[in-house]
Design a protein. Sequence first.
Length: 469
Amino acid sequence: MRRLDPAQSAAAKGQAAIQLTMAGPGSGKTSTLTGRFVHLIRQGVDPARILAVTFTKKAADEMGRRIATLLELPSPSGLHVMTFHAFAFRLLKKNPGVAGLSEGFRLWDTAEQRNVFSSRRMWWNEETDILDIIGGAKERLLDADGFAASIDRDDDTLVEAVEYFRVYQQALRDAGGIDFADMVPLVVKAMSSNESYRRSITSAYDHVLVDEYQDVNPGQIGLIDHFVNDRVRLWAVGDDDQTVYAFRASDVRYILEFTKKFPAAAVHALDRNYRSCPDIVLAAKRLIRHNRLRFDKDYQPTLTEPGELVIRGYSSPENRGQAGRARHCRVDSPRLCRSGDRRFVPGRCCRSSVTNRPEGTWDRVRGAGRRRPLAKRCGQAGDRRSVLFARRRKSSSDEPVGVESARPNSAPTAGSDQGGAAPSIRGVLHACATNRSRRRTRPLAGSGKSGMGRRGRCGGSARTVMLVA
């Protein structure tokens, strides 16, 4: 692993009892957190008294592997690096009685969860999955009655969800089981009601490191608060521009209001981007600055080779990454924009670059790690490390969607950068950024699956811009 840069090193070696590190995309959040873990050990802290929590098993495994490599350990098995849910599940298995569970309690999988409704011939036909609604309520520390008291009674979907929640909750109790969303709330409630149990957990650690703090939800915040209240030192890292777990009740306000909650906290900022070329970094910064509630992180690219911006339009949100019609326009920005190539004109899409993708045909974007529909490409084939995707809702017109949404004559907004990007790109970014955007929920229409992880709601004629590096 490369050496930490000055900003990363300052964050990793900070001395304050409570610290927050604000990090932009590609700025080395994982490297900084692992650097913090290693620094504490080299300062004499027992590795068993450091708890590092994150949101995915993949991220936890990667952090453990890096730490073990840096410390020259044979394996990371002895390190307490895990997800929030794995940590809570370990506590429940160790002492289930304190949370009101039997010794042989079972963790339900998705099929068992859905069987509660199918066996009772209860069919949920709304777009948002009923299991996501129930899980989100549990992550907010609500049971069925608390959920019923918190909803808008004029919302027919939520009113109906209350009945499903009550049936599901009773079935789970009768079976003596728990589900994924129960783990953290059960531990938090047990810690709140049993002081000796709480102290037995918090006294085992001197430091808690939290990855992706922007995605914490009320249950996870409750767990963190128990540690902080018992004087365990807190170090957190996150990016308020990248919240993706809203369907699990995450709330970006927890990171935005961190210094209000902890006035004595030290705040660090990572100021370099190691992932993307200058074109995509500048485009991302210009776009995200239209968000009203955020910290302004002025990070700079470290890569110098030219990249490209790709504008892609889809006839409907479901067509992104699925079978259906897709229309594309690829732009080799360093060459086409500087030369004034007529194939890239805001308000007109390059006809030669547009195609209908045959069903089942895919193209992998190198460096992005995501599958994207295949399309013809305009311009020369170049390094595709950094790309910009734009998507909008279904259009009644047969014209290609994507670049035509730009405003060629729009002026740059106040506070935006003036140099570095071609004027032709500014219209695209301005048009996309000035439309309020949210992610769309995937309908589940009897699929029997909980769907992809990143969800939200999308309404109106919203346009969404995704920056992929």
